[in-house]
Design a protein. Structure first.
Length: 352
């Protein structure tokens, strides 16, 4: 059979622009092998950068990450962060095609914090839900200002990348989750996927690669750092270094006294996170009846075995740390594997 178009040797480069760093990941064309992964930290600045300064800062980090590495080509899939998005779960009458598009656009227009003609709107159909005697369709609406989209594209162009798609963080995370759990039993079960970053935590409920629910929770690594600095009466940079150093060591290599102090200091923050996640689980049980949540998967740059154990106990769910490269034959030491979830999920995007 004649093959008109060659298969991709490599995936596009998945680009995850975070609060403190940029992460780039490229996979083989069949998604069975890691081609390259790199993280570039932003330099510390005293003041919040302007949009123009931030664009230049990200472009510089991307250029640095690409230089001297094994990336193939310059095609890229870029992630829109939670702070760039308007996200809302809405319920509409069951429709299909253009009719559903119009209903979702009308609902979104009434809720957007900016004019609808300034926005690009997309949505994901979650599931049917019963409301009284009616059966409605729950959808997850994602909207972004066109000016923000333009800025994201300009960042890539400044770094001499070819942005072939823009994606949203929840979609990338669920794609990464589905790539880790491929067995049919896994795909049929529902999971609470938790991605804890430095400023916020994304909580998603997914079945395979189908996204059912998304919520962002105002808890992240910076809240843990602040709590530790306050509890131990130390400067914030010292608290950051102490928590990072302790979290990256095995339990049997940690100083017991320091570990106890950190646990005590972080307890109120983690209890708040667990309470928010418990509400997500309850919402799911009431809204999407029939199937329970069977596991919790914890990822993100702040994910640790200690945090996993704490959340697992409080939520009473089987749990494990995310590793987007778990099915690959060989992977270099990349630190906490969960920090690569978003970038790997972007690289896995189907561009057909």
């Amino acid at each position: 059979m004649i093959q008109w178009l060659p298969k991709r040797r490599c995936s596009p480069i998945g680009i995850d622009i975070g609060v403190r760093s940029v992460k780039l990941v490229q996979l083989s064309g069949d998604r069975s092998r890691l081609v390259e992964a790199v993280r570039v930290e932003f330099p510390q600045v005293a003041e919040q950068p302007t949009p123009e300064q931030q664009t230049a800062r990200v472009a510089e980090a991307l250029t640095k990450g690409l230089t001297g590495r094994s990336f193939h080509g310059r095609d890229a899939v870029v992630c829109l962060s939670d702070k760039q998005l308007f996200l809302q779960n809405v319920r509409v009458p069951k429709q299909a095609g253009d009719s559903l598009d119009r209903l979702v656009a009308q609902e979104a227009a009434a809720r957007l914090p900016y004019a609808v003609d300034e926005a690009e709107i997309r949505y994901v159909e979650a599931a049917d839900v019963r409301q009284g005697e009616s059966v409605l369709r729950e959808v997850i609406v994602f909207a972004c200002q066109k000016a923000v989209l333009h800025q994201s594209l300009q960042v890539c162009l400044q770094a001499k990348l070819n942005p072939i798609a823009l994606d949203v963080e929840p979609a990338a995370l669920v794609r990464s989750y589905a790539g880790q759990f491929r067995r049919e039993d896994d795909r049929q079960g529902r999971a609470l996927v938790v991605h804890i970053g430095y400023s916020r935590t994304a909580a998603m409920i997914a079945q395979g690669d189908d996204l059912l629910f998304v919520k962002y929770i105002e808890v992240g690594g910076q809240h843990l750092d602040t709590a530790i600095a306050t509890y131990l009466k130390m400067d914030l940079p010292e608290a950051v270094a102490l928590r990072r150093h302790s979290g990256d060591r095995r339990a049997d290599m940690q100083d017991p006294e320091i570990a106890r102090s950190l646990t005590q200091a972080a307890r109120p923050v983690l209890e708040r996170l667990a309470a928010e996640l418990a509400m997500c689980v309850r919402y799911h049980s009431v809204t999407f009846r029939g199937q329970p949540i069977v596991r919790l998967v914890l990822g993100g740059g702040e994910a640790t075995a200690q945090l996993l154990e704490t959340l697992g106990k409080q939520l009473e769910l089987p749990c494990e740390l995310s590793d987007p490269f778990r099915t690959f034959p060989t992977v270099p030491n990349l630190g906490r594997k969960g920090q690569w979830d978003v970038a790997a999920g972007l690289a896995m995007r189907d561009l057909n």
